[in-house]
Design a protein around this ligand. Structure first.
Ligand code: 5AD
Ligand code: SF4
Ligand code: FES
Length: 346
């Protein structure tokens, strides 16, 4: 039986047994206590500060075919686009003026952007601004590439592991992708000195409570700076078109658990959470999250970066979105901070 003492133990030791985790995940009557404790620990570490990251979705081409994602290679229905270096620098300029001090270059795995092109873009951004961080979110690359990007000035790298269970991984990805390779990438990135982010989708098809527990154990081993989780959302033009969406409440519960297990961590309230629930991101922030990642992509490409359906913020300009977000965050008693927003490890 799940009890108050379980939450106390989780908070005091930043850990639970598999059995306790399973009980916590599968019962909801102590959710409110869990949320409250997570918010307390969040405030102990980060106060009411919310860090913002400007997301620049610079290409929706992808050579991969992940079964869950709308950008997959075999989706012939989306209109593909690539941003030029100039486009990207314009996004950074606009973002900088809006107070962003982290730029996240995110894209599908697109071989058009050679290491040379990417290094040029990274170093150009770093040369323009002295007080910002560049984060990459461009998937699995060779070790040499990760090294080259680091030397060009990249500071951080986001690569969700997606699921830490081999069998589950093989149900979400075609045979040419492997969990082993993904784990190796994360290991390399860490060794090269990147601040790293990993994470997984909540409620992805075939996910079990045991899988989620394995995800948590994997994260404990990896000890990433950032952990991004969001509900899985079905896309009509993927092999998973008949699968159901992930659960908002389970996502919130997991954010709380992650806050208590990783008190120092950067935990985003994701766009996917805001897509499934009108106040999803606010709810995420109230139960332990401390980061939001609004879109800085040019308005005319936003709808085309359709990883999943009905993605929010695709009809707004960057400035509108920033204002909207600021209002939302202030309405729940937190505040956006103009800062690189590095992790606070004890
Ligand atoms: N629903 C929710 N999240 C998704 N992602 C990819 N497809 C979906 C989907 N259908 C997530 C993956 C990826 C990140 C960029 O977006 O976890 O790592
Ligand atoms: Fe490509 Fe990433 Fe989508 Fe997989 S999840 S198809 S790698 S963009
Ligand atoms: Fe983007 Fe509200 S946060 S429009």
């Amino acid at each position: 039986m799940i009890e108050q003492t379980t939450i106390k133990k989780l908070s005091e030791t930043s850990n639970l047994t598999d059995i306790e985790l399973k009980e916590l995940l599968e019962n909801d009557f102590l959710d409110e206590e869990l949320y409250r404790e997570a918010d307390r620990v969040r405030k102990e570490n980060y106060g009411t500060d919310v860090y913002i990251r400007g997301l620049i979705e610079f290409t929706n081409y992808c050579k991969n075919n992940c079964y869950y994602c709308g950008l997959r290679y075999e989706n012939r229905e989306i209109e593909r686009y690539r941003l030029s270096k100039e486009d990207i620098l314009n996004c950074c300029n606009e973002g900088y003026n809006l107070g962003f001090r982290t730029f996240v270059l995110q894209g599908g795995e697109d071989p058009f952007y050679t290491d040379e092109k990417l290094c040029d873009i990274i170093s150009s951004i770093k040369n323009l601004y002295s007080d910002i961080a560049v984060t990459l979110s461009i998937g699995e690359k060779k070790d040499e590439s990760y090294l080259a990007f680091k030397k060009a000035g990249a500071d951080r790298y986001l690569l969700r592991h997606e699921t830490a269970n081999e069998n589950h991984y093989s149900k979400l990805h075609p045979a040419n992708m492997s969990l082993a390779n993904r784990k190796n990438c994360l290991k390399t990135l860490k060794k090269l000195g990147y601040q790293i982010g990993s994470g997984f989708m909540v409620g992805s098809p075939f996910q079990t409570t045991e899988n989620i527990i394995e995800d948590i154990r994997f994260l404990q081993e990896l000890s990433p700076d950032m952990i991004g989780i969001g509900p899985y959302i079905t896309h009509h033009n993927t092999p998973f078109k008949n699968q159901k969406n992930g659960d908002v409440k389970l996502t919130l519960k997991l954010i709380s658990i992650l806050r208590l297990m990783f008190p120092y961590a950067l935990l985003p309230a994701t766009t996917a959470l805001g897509t499934l629930s009108p106040n999803g991101r606010e709810l995420g922030l109230k139960v332990g999250a401390n980061v939001v990642m609004p879109n800085l992509s040019p308005k005319n490409v936003r709808k085309k970066y359709e990883i999943y359906e009905n993605k929010i913020c695709t009809g707004e300009e960057s400035a509108q979105c920033k204002r909207c977000l600021e209002r939302r965050i202030e309405s729940i008693g937190y505040k956006i901070i103009i800062s690189k927003g590095d992790v606070k490890r004890k």
